[in-house]
Design a protein around this ligand. Sequence first.
Ligand SMILES: NC(=O)c1ccc[n+]([C@@H]2O[C@H](COP(=O)([O-])OP(=O)(O)OC[C@H]3O[C@@H](n4cnc5c(N)ncnc54)[C@H](O)[C@@H]3O)[C@@H](O)[C@H]2O)c1
Length: 325
Amino acid sequence: MTKIAIIGSIRLEGWSILKNKGYDVSEITDFSSTNLIEKLQDVEGISLRTLKLTGNILEKCKKLKIIARHGVGYDNVDLNYLNDKKIALAITGTANAVSVAEHVMTMFLNICKMVKLSDQLVRDGKFTDKTLMPDLFEIYKKNIFILGFGRVGKALAQRCLGFDSKVYVYDPFIENSVIKKSNCFPIDFEEGLKIADFISVHIPLNEKTRNVIAKKQLMLMKDTCILVNTSRGGIVNEMDLIWALTNKKIYGAGTDVFEKEPPNDNNPLFKLNNICLSPHSAALTVECRKRMAIETCENIVNYLQDKSKLNISNIVNKQNLNLDI
Ligand SMILES: NC(=O)c1ccc[n+]([C@@H]2O[C@H](COP(=O)([O-])OP(=O)(O)OC[C@H]3O[C@@H](n4cnc5c(N)ncnc54)[C@H](O)[C@@H]3O)[C@@H](O)[C@H]2O)c1
């Protein structure tokens, strides 16, 4: 019987897809190396949330054919190892973008309307102190700069256009015509940083993108700029962001992701009131979790049983597996 491991819980809608195929499905909750090695040695498929799966564990999985990420980022998996062994790596490419884009809008609005502070004033009986609040802003007709025009970047652009904003995009891997067709304006990276009222980051974390936004880039931004990162911690340098927020080099920020997750209790970001924080939860709406669970398990089933039904664009290493036909 085909064995499938679920690492990190997923919704039942996903489980039932695997069960209906007659697979032997088990969830792993003890993430110690010894247990992982024991439980994964004869599985053919893995549904994986955020746990880091390194080469020393993967090399013991002799029957493994596919790792299906419950999500789209895959910096927690040793892709080189999977490529060497011709093991597929799948993502849930159609599941996440809307939820994450809505999360960015939430953060933009939260900071520019000072939602947390406003709420606190009323609760503290300081209703009339509203005149002492920092400036509040609109998104209407503002310049939004989106870094990365993939699934999330595109979904965010649509939502910003719905607010009648001007959307500028930097993505060197996307044709300018695609950006223009979406009613957005292609722009250089530095120029985008300079003109933006709001910036949102939607690129993968890799050695080229680590610290893409650090002190030098923060210095280029307007002092009224609001910067949001829902991509991965480390793309925006955390210490430099703390410096910029503390010294009012930018107006505010939002982050769903941290250089270390969970962050340390004494992370200086927690002391700042011009940043909105969330615990890597941008994709955790009920609707999105349901879509992710279904797509993760469909990726496994279709890859193992019927590749004609597989959404090939979900397979990260499709070229390596000669699937990219
Ligand atoms: N917070 C969350 O829960 C959550 C949920 C979903 C996705 N994410 C993260 O969001 C990011 C984007 O996800 P996506 O689904 O839109 O990915 P995607 O692969 O669809 O898009 C990424 C885009 O970034 C572009 N890009 C790569 N390097 C770039 C660079 N140096 N400068 C500008 N553009 C660059 C690519 O050309 C691509 O168009 C990923 O890091 C993903 O892990 C986070």
